[in-house]
Design a protein around this ligand. Structure first.
Ligand SMILES: Nc1ncnc2c1ncn2[C@@H]1O[C@H](COP(=O)(O)OP(=O)(O)OP(=O)(O)O)[C@@H](O)[C@H]1O
Ligand SMILES: [Mg+2]
Length: 332
């Protein structure tokens, strides 16, 4: 056994407990061994301590100390022209999937004033974006759902969050920027339609995922949303999921219709992420308040299919170079 006498800490280093100092020295010995000056070493330990406190992963702290480019998270925004097409269900399950494969995830419920993604996770919220608006401290809005999954609730039935102005959207963007480095992925669940809150959210996203059903009205509204997005920014990266399809052909045709229109009229190619059939197991999982990928992970019409869609998305974002992410996120 190796009981070490706690180190006599300098004035500066006494800001943390001796045992915390020792743990950091041990975990980050590779980094700290190259620092000879005691006071520089204390400074580095304190910095690591505050990063850990902030929730940064060890991997990320290493990359920051070794001067590697700052890894910003991928921001994935789920949106739709029509309501009730499965955005929240897909956002939640995708967030759970990413956290299960070891990514640090923030689920940001961008359905301001009607925020309900937590219901899919049987999570009782205690905070909301309003708390952040009052205090200016992001910690007042972030809640931990599981070890690698955090959540920001944006209020339920809150008038103040219904019609926000440019100033408030800028505050939200800056808040996300402050906490972004804790995460590998930020997933945003938009409200339906083409309102300014949706456009603001999609502008932050590095990839947007448009969810549609095969219904003509849903396809038309999806096209309208992509068109508005094109008007707001030059080259959006758009993925499409066709949900609640009755057959592969029906889903493929729906995608083809959207793709033909965006290429012809907007000169914008869109990617097909895949389809999902209508399944009673999906609504059942919502009644049970358990993500369907946990409840039916092997069912090819629900859980297993959603895992496959999330894997497709994962392969797609892996192709985004860090440079592109740096350029895209929060810089608009
Ligand atoms: N493939 C599916 N099969 C069966 N039910 C589904 C499927 N996809 C979603 N649902 C159900 O449809 C309902 C609406 O889903 P969800 O809340 O995810 O939609 P939404 O697009 O987020 O809605 P809103 O626009 O109101 O935010 C939920 O009850 C959900 O369980
Ligand atoms: Mg929703």
């Amino acid at each position: 056994m190796n009981f070490q006498e706690p180190k006599q800490l300098s004035e500066m280093a006494r800001k943390i407990e001796p045992y915390q100092y020792q743990i950091i020295e041990k975990k980050f010995s590779n980094l700290l061994s190259s620092i000879n000056d005691d006071s520089d070493r204390d400074k580095a330990v304190l910095r690591i301590h505050s990063y850990l406190h902030e929730g940064l992963s060890e991997e990320r702290i290493f990359s920051m100390f070794t001067g590697q480019s700052f890894p910003l998270p991928h921001c994935l925004a789920f949106a739709s022209g029509k309501g009730g097409v499965g955005k929240s269900m897909l956002s939640v399950n995708t967030a759970v999937f990413f956290s299960k494969i070891g990514k640090r995830v923030l689920l940001f419920d961008a359905d301001y004033g009607l925020s309900n993604a937590h219901i899919y996770l049987n999570f009782r919220t205690k905070k909301s974006l309003l708390d952040f608006f009052l205090s200016g401290d992001p910690e007042d809005a972030v809640e931990k759902i599981s070890s690698r999954l955090d959540y920001i609730h944006t209020g339920s039935g809150e008038l103040k969050l219904v019609d926000m102005d440019e100033y408030e959207f800028t505050r939200i963007r800056k808040m996300l920027m402050t906490i972004a480095r804790r995460y590998d992925v930020i997933i945003m669940d938009c409200s339906p339609g083409i309102g300014k809150d949706v456009i603001q959210t999609l502008l932050v996203g590095t990839q947007s995922i448009m969810v549609t059903t095969p219904q003509v009205s849903s396809i038309t509204d999806t096209y309208a949303l992509i068109k508005v997005l094109c008007q707001a920014r030059m080259h959006p990266r758009v993925n499409v999921v066709v949900n609640m399809a009755r057959s592969v052909q029906e889903a493929d045709q729906a995608f083809q219709r959207i793709s033909l229109c965006t290429e012809r009229f907007l000169k914008l190619p869109v990617e097909y992420l895949g389809n999902l059939f209508y399944s009673s197991k999906i609504s059942q999982s919502l009644n049970e308040r358990t993500p369907v990928i946990e409840m039916y992970p092997l069912d090819t019409r629900s859980g297993a299919r959603i895992i496959q869609l999330a894997q497709n998305l994962f392969s797609r974002i892996k192709k985004d170079t860090q440079k592109e992410v740096q350029r895209d996120v929060f810089n608009r």
